[in-house]
Design a protein around this ligand. Structure first.
Ligand code: ZN
Ligand code: ZN
Length: 229
């Protein structure tokens, strides 16, 4: 089921960026559809459409005006989603959080969901964002790169207890990389306990503020240790 189309001026205004609403507020439903001459523009090299895009993210909603070209609409939407809602990459679905959605993967699909309102005559698009879940959120695998060979670490890793956020993979450890410092062997997932007397006494750079999942793991282990006492 698709989201219902707006059936009154008030509902159409909900689809207009707040700063542009005054341009339409004097319209009445008795006026025939107005096709704004500024709504599309042609030139030798490009064809763009001005579309009012409503981004839904769970209980948040932001409405912005965007100029699309058919070849880059999907990338433009993805980039705008990241700037409106930082901290994640987003999957893009048609519709809003209250109706079942279809995931959108291309600019031509974006174009197929653009509609025009009947009273004010502007083009609009309503989309819903879902965060792309990063691999480390599954807890099945560490999301870290080997600081020696650069590959994604799958399985055990070895963390230096002295360097700043320095991890190496099993293969590099077997080749005696970084023998000069003591290393912690950490297994996949949450199976390896790191005692609080190591994490608490370590300089903060050792366990890396840039990798919150490890901080989380350490905190979980720390809390579990406390509840056992
Ligand atoms: Zn390596
Ligand atoms: Zn080291």
């Amino acid at each position: 089921m698709e989201a219902r189309e707006p059936s009154s001026l008030a509902e159409e205004l909900e689809l207009v960026p707040p700063e542009l609403r005054s341009n339409f507020e004097n319209k009445s439903s008795s006026i025939i559809p107005l096709y704004l001459s500024s709504n599309t523009s042609h030139s030798a090299s490009s064809y763009t459409r001005t579309v009012y895009v409503t981004f839904h993210k769970t209980f948040e909603k932001k409405v912005v005006s965007m100029d699309f070209s058919e070849s880059t609409a999907f990338e433009d939407i993805s980039r705008r989603a990241r700037s409106l809602f930082p901290g994640s990459d987003w999957r893009i679905f048609s519709g809003n959080p209250y109706h079942s959605n279809v995931e959108i993967h291309s600019s031509s699909e974006i174009y197929s969901y653009i509609k025009r309102t009947t009273i004010c005559g502007f083009e609009y698009l309503v989309i819903n964002l879902e965060p792309i879940v990063e691999p480390h959120h599954t807890n099945s695998e560490f999301y870290a790169k080997c600081d020696s060979c650069g590959t994604q670490i799958a399985g055990r890793r070895y963390k230096c207890t002295m360097c700043a956020d320095f991890d190496i993979c099993e293969r590099c450890e077997a080749k005696s990389v970084h023998l000069q410092h003591a290393m912690l062997r950490i297994s996949t997932g949450l199976r390896t306990e790191i005692p609080g007397y190591i994490t608490m006494n370590a300089p903060s750079y050792v366990f890396g503020e840039t990798r919150p999942h490890l901080r989380e793991e350490v905190t979980i282990r720390h809390l579990e240790g406390e509840t056992l006492q």
